[in-house]
Design a binder for this molecule. Structure first.
Ligand SMILES: Cc1cc2nc3c(=O)[nH]c(=O)nc-3n(C[C@H](O)[C@H](O)[C@H](O)COP(=O)(O)OP(=O)(O)OC[C@H]3O[C@@H](n4cnc5c(N)ncnc54)[C@H](O)[C@@H]3O)c2cc1C
Length: 472
């Protein structure tokens, strides 16, 4: 063992970024310590076992353009990685639209008049560009036309973000639906697409037989076998620094509150970026704190139910655009992998809601929430409440970084400030305040470890800025 391999390496968070980082360090002979406030690995990619039924925190496709990530997935999962043919539709005003859009299904649902109006609106907007290109609303209107914007983007996007689309930065559209246009969608529908198709439209994806959590548990086993340690159920509450170095982290057992000091030589953090900055002691200058306070996340809540019904719908998930219900998306887990359910005669669904902490829904008790969610399913004609056997609710904070119009300026202020610490890297989705998927988060963790190991410099902020990676 080299002298440096005795360094005390601390990783905050055991989600994809933390695990990617720990795995890379462990493979190079280091023994990192991970602090995780949940009771298991995986972060937003963990899989929960409820009476033998497995639930994701929302369905998680394994889809990447990174060869490194692909190699790792297949090395760890081997034949337990399934290839799943995608089926997902949009539910809007009592109709199901194929997604990716299929020309004939869409126009059949629209009818001739609405179909022609959409085409006319598309050409008018293409020609006169009436939208403000800096906003989500303007960007989509200019690229798809006002009518298609209202049907396929407005209601769902406003459910996710709870702010008018004119207050959301166009960067969100550019990042999430880059490469997709009406022309591409029609090409896809009529002729099929070859080669460099955007990932949103990918018609198949990988998925671990027992959900994404299985991948992270296997990674955990490798890390532990090489000397890495996990401290679950503990939250990092204060991060102490001195002379431009992080020197220790104050860690509290969740629900118990007795602090423990963890000394360190190097810190890798996947804490949400504004949280990391606000937990630094001594506190950063006022302008840095002010910028951090302007950065917000949307929360996510999933109502998981088990139903006494064999077939509910054939899709892996359905986007619910209809404004008459708050429900945003429905996951049907046995259509991801049959091993997600204990009894194939039953169905387990995840009913997804996007919330803030002060929303009525977020504060409701679990039983009322389950009944509310089932009544929304009944309202849109998916199931009847008589099928409900059991259910539980998961509330998840700091999930969707809000791309407000000034978010990039705020990130820059925090980034500039954090540069002074020579032994700190921030990584992962919330850690970089980027709407990234798990492959990107994993990669930022791997890159952070490589930077530490001297295999860099690799710019974590550039991961997922020039790829065609999408999810609507
Ligand atoms: C509904 C939904 C669907 C998604 N679908 C997909 C998909 O299909 N495919 C895909 O690739 N990605 C998908 N994603 C994105 C994916 O979940 C994230 O990109 C990924 O989990 C980010 O990994 P991370 O390690 O950066 O963060 P996280 O997964 O959030 O992990 C961070 C960890 O840090 C811990 N933590 C936070 N604060 C503290 C603290 N103070 N002390 C100790 N621990 C702390 C958290 O508990 C968490 O475990 C989806 C996300 C959501 C919400």
């Amino acid at each position: 063992m080299t002298a440096r391999q005795h360094d005390k390496l601390l990783i905050l968070g055991a989600g994809p970024a933390g695990i990617g980082c720990a795995y890379t360090l462990a493979e190079s002979g280091y023994a990192p310590r991970l602090i995780e406030k949940e009771r298991e690995v995986g972060g937003l990619c963990r899989t929960l076992d409820y009476h033998g039924y497995l639930f994701d925190i929302g369905g998680h496709r394994f889809l990447t353009k990174s060869k490194e990530v692909n190699r790792l997935w297949s090395k760890v999962m081997g034949s337990d990685m399934l290839r799943v043919s995608r089926l997902s539709r949009i539910y809007y005003k009592k109709k199901f639209y194929n997604y990716p859009l299929s020309f004939f299904n869409t126009f059949w649902n629209f009818g001739l008049i609405e179909g022609l109006l959409c085409v006319a609106s598309y050409f008018w907007c293409k020609l006169f560009k009436p939208g403000d290109e800096l906003t989500f609303e303007g960007w989509i209107t200019n690229h798809f036309g006002k009518r298609l914007y209202e049907i396929f983007f407005k209601t769902y996007t406003e459910k996710v973000w709870a702010v008018p689309c004119r207050d959301i930065s166009a960067n969100w559209a550019k990042q999430r639906i880059r490469g997709l246009s009406l022309k591409v969608a029609i090409q896809n529908a009529v002729m099929g697409m070859k080669g460099n198709r955007p990932k949103t439209l990918a018609d198949n994806f990988l998925y671990p037989r027992k959900g994404p959590g299985e991948f992270y548990h296997r990674m955990q086993a490798v890390i532990e076998a090489k000397g890495g340690q996990f401290l679950f159920g503990h939250e990092a509450v204060k991060i102490h620094h001195q002379n431009d170095k992080i020197v220790s982290v104050e860690v509290e057992k969740c629900g118990n509150g007795r602090p423990e000091i963890a000394g360190l030589d190097y810190l890798f953090s996947s804490l949400p970026l504004p949280v990391l900055v606000q937990r630094l002691c001594p506190a950063p200058p006022a302008h840095v704190i002010a910028a951090a306070k302007k950065m917000h996340f949307r929360n996510f809540m999933i109502v998981n139910v088990i139903l006494d019904k064999e077939q509910v719908f054939p899709d892996q998930w359905i986007y619910v655009h209809s404004p008459e219900v708050k429900l945003g998306r429905i996951q049907n887990y046995k259509n991801w992998s049959p091993s997600m359910v204990m009894d194939l005669r039953k169905t387990s669904l995840g009913l997804e809601y996007f919330c803030d902490v002060d929303d009525e829904l977020w504060g409701m008790n679990d039983i009322d929430l389950i009944h509310r969610a089932i009544s929304e399913l009944e309202k849109i004609g998916i199931v009847s409440r008589s099928h409900l056997i059991d259910g539980f609710v998961v509330r998840q904070s700091d999930v969707y970084p809000v791309y407000s119009l000034d978010y990039q300026e705020n990130i820059q202020v925090l980034k500039d400030y954090l540069k002074m610490f020579s032994n700190l890297q921030t990584m992962g989705r919330a850690g970089l305040f980027r709407y990234d998927n798990s492959d990107h988060a994993l990669l930022t963790g791997i890159y952070a470890a490589k930077n530490y190991l001297g295999d860099g410099p690799l710019d974590l902020w550039q991961v997922n800025t020039d790829e065609n990676y999408l999810e609507a």
